[in-house]
Design a protein around this ligand. Structure first.
Ligand code: DX5
Ligand code: ZN
Length: 220
């Protein structure tokens, strides 16, 4: 029995009804919500800024907000997202040369810190930071858009991190993001993932509570 944390990704919710959707997530038992921040440069799409995180924080004061930065120069935005009410900040390894400083600053803000890897990024580049972070985010689609198809070839990358972390006794969580549904989520859990980000599959589900429970039960 493994503890699985499903994380609905708000990018797939109806943008005209974010507050209601967040409330529905809360009622469905969601503990952690994933918020995708895109800058139109690091990825070919734009989403939200810190004010959206602040608005969600207001609607759901107890929800853990997991902010996924798909932006260049993430360091410059950490303080604003921290003030807005983020609990975790994940930035991309490819987005900055100041990895150490960015990790340290997120910590100084008292937030959980994660590093994300695009599908084409080699997992070995992250090894020397593994003991400094709380989670690794393995992108299972090319970042930028919801609703894409899961990349099966990412499964060995998940396994690679699971094995390394177990071997070195590093207790970080392994998060997957992109194209996750009950079938692909199961494969990821088997490969060693503990956090499942689900956008389309969650917000298109007829019953959020059932979907949340089904995702969480993939660890059984
Ligand atoms: C992709 C984002 C994901 C994505 C999830 O760049 O980081 O969070 O929107 O959406 P689905 O589950 O629809 O792939
Ligand atoms: Zn994401």
């Amino acid at each position: 029995m493994k503890k699985i944390t499903p994380e609905p990704s708000i990018i797939a919710a109806d943008p005209a009804h974010i507050a209601e959707e967040v409330k529905k997530c809360e009622a469905a038992g969601v503990k952690m919500l994933h918020i995708d921040i895109m800058d139109g440069h690091f990825v070919p799409n734009l989403t939200y800024g810190p004010s959206m995180v602040a608005a969600i924080r207001k609607v759901a004061p107890k929800m853990e907000l997991d902010v996924h930065l798909m932006i260049y120069q993430p360091f410059d935005w950490i303080e604003q997202f921290a003030r807005a009410g983020a609990n975790h900040i994940t930035f991309h390894l490819e987005a900055t040369e100041d990895l150490e400083d960015t990790i340290a600053f997120i910590r100084r803000c008292n937030l959980g810190v994660g590093i994300a890897l695009r599908p084409e990024t080699s997992p070995t580049l992250l090894l020397k930071y593994l003991d400094k972070i709380d989670r690794v985010l393995i992108m299972t689609v090319n970042p930028g858009f919801g609703g894409q198809e899961f990349m099966e070839e990412m499964l060995p990358k998940i396994q690679f991190f699971r094995e390394k972390c177990d071997m070195l006794n590093i207790p970080i969580s392994i998060q997957v993001d992109g194209g996750i549904n009950l079938a692909t989520g199961k494969k990821c859990v088997k490969a060693g993932a503990s956090h499942l980000v689900a956008g389309t599959s969650f917000f298109k589900a007829p019953d959020y509570k059932q979907m949340y429970e089904d995702l969480a039960a993939l660890g059984k």
